[in-house]
Design a protein around this ligand. Structure first.
Ligand SMILES: [Zn+2]
Length: 318
């Protein structure tokens, strides 16, 4: 197979490159990113055989050994794609380039595709980002912090009609807590819980027992002292206390807030987990060039099995 753009030296993709590609070149880019070990030559997903008949006219392959027929997207989250390969590549580059996230509306306008197509694709890309973090464990110095999203109660116009929004009875019950754990100089993990204190079982599952945890004065974190060397910083006094701080966790939340305010306006509810994971992926990869980030996301998406949440989204008529 010819190398159209992804040489080993420059594994990067820009929007300009993508829009110069023919549909065949974009297709072959996907082949290269799915079958890295064979340099883009098809490998049967059923039996692992590398001998295939190439049904070029239909962009499908047939395994010589087991006769299984497949395409470059079979069994990946891009199976049953609605977009051409060029548009799919462009959508991924646009999505990755948005430091504050990209709304589905933006993608649908930029590429002249249906809103629903853009919406489902964006969520599949978030899923691919999340799969990279699955089974991750954190060690060394780990900062932990939580912040609340959703459940906003609009105050009444007249002061006399207003309720005390600090009282549980006057809240919507939709407020959720995003907890982030960041290894200093390493990667992050995010979880959604009701309150900070509920995060302890997640910490147990994902933070090594020899790690040192840095947390603020929130009482939810008191339980951590029993399991880890835990250091606290009192934010009402100072943000850094003898090297103890949660500044990395804070910078994560400022990105998530920017995504909320600048792009999505409302990121609570059932998709909060997906947005929280996307923000952590963006934080962890922020020093990698945009073009290389796009390649990372595609590789991860091509290695990810068919989406359980988003496959058949159309057929269900949702
Ligand atoms: Zn086979």
């Amino acid at each position: 197979m010819q190398h159209f753009l992804l040489s080993a030296a420059a594994r990067t993709l820009s929007l300009k490159q993508v829009f110069r590609m023919t549909e065949t070149e974009a297709y072959e880019t996907f082949c290269q990113l799915r079958w890295i070990d064979t340099d883009g030559e098809a490998v049967c997903p059923k039996c692992g055989c590398t001998e295939t008949y190439n049904i070029t006219s239909r962009r499908r392959f047939k395994c010589v050994a087991c006769h299984h027929q497949f395409s470059v997207t079979s069994g990946t989250i891009f199976a049953s794609r609605k977009l051409s390969f060029v548009d799919l590549l462009a959508a991924i580059v646009i999505f990755v380039n948005g430091a504050k996230g990209v709304s589905a509306l933006q993608v649908s306008r930029d590429l002249c595709v249906q809103y629903k197509t853009a919406f489902v694709l964006s969520h599949k890309l978030r899923e691919a980002m999340a799969l990279e973090a699955a089974n991750r464990s954190l060690n060394g110095i780990v900062e932990i912090d939580g912040a609340y999203f959703g459940g906003y109660v609009k105050p009444e116009n007249e002061k006399a009609d207003r309720k005390d929004r600090r009282l549980v009875a006057n809240q919507t019950g939709k407020r959720q807590c995003v907890v982030v754990m960041r290894e200093r100089g390493g990667k992050s993990l995010t979880f959604i819980v009701r309150n900070e204190g509920d995060a302890v079982p997640y910490v147990r599952d994902h933070v090594g027992t020899l790690a040192t945890i840095h947390a603020d004065e929130g009482t939810g974190w008191d339980a951590l002292h029993a399991g880890w060397d835990t250091k606290r910083v009192n934010h009402s006094v100072q943000f850094m206390d003898k090297g103890v701080c949660t500044n990395q966790a804070e910078s994560y939340f400022s990105r998530l807030r920017r995504m909320e305010v600048g792009t999505h306006h409302h990121i609570a509810g059932p998709y909060l987990n997906a947005y929280a994971g996307e923000a952590s992926w963006r934080e962890d990869n922020r020093r990698i060039a945009n073009g290389s980030q796009a390649v990372l996301v595609i590789e991860s998406a091509m290695a990810s099995p068919v989406s359980r949440t988003w496959a058949g989204y159309w057929q269900r008529g949702a």
